[in-house]
Design a protein around this ligand. Structure first.
Ligand code: IMP
Ligand code: MG
Length: 368
């Protein structure tokens, strides 16, 4: 396992397998270009290592030129392709072999193809050490492929993550830890707190209640708590970035957790996206949004009942209760939609005995 800028990568393709793949590609090129004098165009930065091995196996005479392009930012393609070092060679009537590290979306390949065609080459072939058929969106033929790989983000053997990892002699893939991260929703009175505490025990999850996290940070005057308080004191909403930083710190406290139950967050699409980004940075993701569903009239009855014994003022007034329920549905409608689109929304009947409801929730979690 290696760590690059806080992300974990595990070895998935050995150096030996890479060299065998390069042997195969080199043999094909030696056959196809026997007696020719091709021009190899090496696409920097990623292809340097592949190019060195490939060219050391090339049996004829050839020219070698370099082109530097980029289309990646971190672990995500930016879509656009930028030329950092242009080609400095006459392409007219040349036979060209492009040496690429990896073809992913094919955006880079499209740019190179345009360049070669407009340069007037007589023939060109593409040699790529890796090809991700699952994310390829173009039609161009890739003549020589070292290895077809799944859609994982990889580093090593020339490929980088934010500039690091190119020197590694094997290929490593981003480790996605199998965590069960749940976003738990339920209208006031649905029994969310009760169920969260059962699920936490049963699945060994860490319950992150946003309200508790806020209170803890403010009470202990942490930097983020003090910052949050400065907004609250002015009667302003605490910016998402502050809340997310607090949650991130909370998540970091138990890096070995089996997963987290997020309670009271996200409340908006922007927050849901921020949560996705936070978890993505830690190599994990939201597994499900689970919403406890309880009929309004039952909620009102439950809360009024609770108000009689708990003395909580917001549980004593029916119109206040109804408004809290309405606010809940207004807020969650957007999030339900957000998670539904990703097939992650699960509505669970929240009426019945406590253990029955726990059973229903468990059935959802066990099926994830
Ligand atoms: P494309 O333009 O989407 O085909 O991407 C090609 C370029 O994206 C490659 O030359 C790499 O620089 C980069 N890239 C694509 N997938 C990966 C990966 O899994 N790891 C590191 N870089 C990658
Ligand atoms: Mg490349």
């Amino acid at each position: 396992m290696i760590n690059l800028r806080g992300l974990q990568f595990e070895e998935c393709i050995s150096e030996q397998k890479l060299l065998q793949a390069i042997d195969r590609v080199a043999a094909q090129i030696n056959t196809d270009f026997a007696g020719k004098e091709p021009l190899f165009i090496v696409v920097l930065n990623g292809a340097f290592k592949f190019a060195t091995e490939l060219l050391s196996r090339f049996e004829g005479t050839c020219e070698i030129e370099f082109l530097k392009l980029s289309s990646y930012d971190g672990t995500a393609s930016t879509g656009g392709v930028i030329t950092h070092i242009p080609l400095d060679v006459d392409l007219e009537d040349r036979e060209v072999i492009v040496v690429e590290d990896i073809v992913d979306s094919g955006n880079t390949l499209e740019k190179i193809t345009d360049m070669l065609v407009s340069g007037g080459v007589s023939k060109f072939r593409i040699a790529s050490l890796f090809f991700k058929p699952g994310s390829y969106t173009k039609e161009y033929k890739i003549h020589y492929v070292g290895l077809e790989i799944p859609n994982d983000f990889i580093v090593g053997y020339g490929l980088d993550y934010n500039g690091l990892g190119r020197n590694l002699n094997a290929i490593y893939k981003l480790k996605t830890t199998k965590m069960t991260n749940l976003v738990l929703f339920g209208p006031p009175g649905a029994g969310k707190g009760t169920q969260a505490s059962f699920l936490k025990e049963k699945y060994n999850l860490v319950h992150i209640s946003t309200g508790d996290v806020f209170r803890y940070n403010i009470k202990n005057a942490t930097d983020l708590g003090t910052l949050a308080k400065s907004y609250i004191d002015k009667g302003q909403l605490v910016p998402d970035s502050v809340t997310i930083d607090m949650l991130s710190a909370e998540v970091d406290k138990t890096p070995d957790a089996n997963g987290f139950i997020f309670d009271g967050f996200p409340r908006t699409t922007a927050q849901a996206e921020a949560l996705d980004a936070l978890l993505d940075n830690k190599g994990t993701k939201v597994a499900a949004m689970i919403a406890l569903e309880v009929d309004d009239e039952i909620l009102v009855k439950r809360l009024l009942e609770r108000g009689k014994t708990s003395g909580r003022k917001d549980d004593a007034d029916e119109s206040v209760i109804r408004n809290r329920i309405k606010v809940y549905y207004d807020e969650t409608a957007i999030l339900k939609n957000y998670y539904q689109k990703q097939d992650k929304y699960y509505g669970v009947d929240g009426v019945g005995a406590i253990d029955e409801i726990t059973e229903r929730l468990s059935a959802v979690i066990d099926g994830l």
